[in-house]
Design a protein around this ligand. Structure first.
Ligand SMILES: *[C@@H]1O[C@H](CO)[C@@H](O)[C@H](O)[C@H]1NC(C)=O
Ligand SMILES: *[C@@H]1O[C@H](CO)[C@@H](O)[C@H](O)[C@H]1NC(C)=O
Length: 221
């Protein structure tokens, strides 16, 4: 009897806390931003939000893509087919006052970076990934290939840019991973340090010939 009373009280308190939590987190605000279609060759293809990231203060980074209307598909790695994107990296910085900074980087990266494909494990991969770094910087990871038909020559690189799109530094991160049968499987992950001023960590698989291993790297800013 006592025990069930106890759990009832406990439950009631627990539910109360959950309600309070929902009240606190359900503060909502609306935001509208219109993408100017004059800046694209493919205004008929609507912009698609691929990735949303936030800085500690709530400033938001949005990675926007458009499908390339000239050709629907692309190939990367060992004839791995993907969705062909417009070759512009579009990042929108949504500031806390509701204003938006537009960053459009044209033809800066190897064309294979504009191909979203699903790898052997059916995971959707976009070669370009963006991350917020402390103090108004953005980390962009992407691929450089010595031979775009040979995924064992693919390398992962990182660029740190500011909110004006200016490049601050370029870093070679490591070779990109291929499966034992030679298919491209970029599966490295980047985790920002809890204290973003301290940079980020990278976990990656490395293959040289038949042997492979896992590597952990730390990058400071
Ligand atoms: C669209 O795709 C074609 C074929 O891959 C390519 O030649 C062209 O540069 C792309 N256009 C843009 C704007 O990305
Ligand atoms: C690029 O890679 C392909 C596939 O492995 C190979 O057939 C071709 O010879 C390579 N090209 C060069 C310039 O090395």
């Amino acid at each position: 009897m006592k025990l069930s009373n106890f759990s009832y009280n406990f439950m009631a308190r627990y539910l109360f806390l959950i309600t309070l939590f929902l009240l606190v987190t359900s503060i909502k605000s609306d935001f509208t931003h219109i993408e100017d279609p004059s800046g694209t060759e493919f205004p008929q293809n609507l912009p698609i939000i691929l990735n949303v990231q936030t800085y500690d203060d709530g400033t938001t980074l949005v990675h926007i893509i458009r499908k390339n209307a000239t050709l629907a598909s692309c190939t990367v790695g060992l004839n791995q087919v993907g969705l062909n994107l417009e070759r512009i990296l579009r990042i929108r910085v949504i500031k806390l006052d509701g204003s938006v900074k537009e960053i459009n980087l044209d033809s800066k990266f190897d064309p294979l970076n504009y191909c979203v494909f699903s790898d052997v494990t059916k995971v959707l991969r976009n070669p370009i990934v963006i991350y917020p770094l402390g103090n108004q910087y953005i980390l962009i990871t992407y691929i450089k290939a010595k031979n775009s038909s040979d995924p064992t020559t693919y390398e992962e690189w990182g660029d740190v840019i500011d909110w004006y799109g200016n490049s601050k530094s370029t870093i070679f991160l490591g070779p990109s991973y291929t499966s034992t049968d030679g298919l491209w499987m970029p599966e490295s992950t980047i985790q920002l340090n809890v204290n973003k001023k301290l940079g980020f960590l990278r976990l990656s698989s490395v293959r040289v010939g038949k042997s492979g291993w896992t590597e952990r790297q730390q990058y400071s800013m």
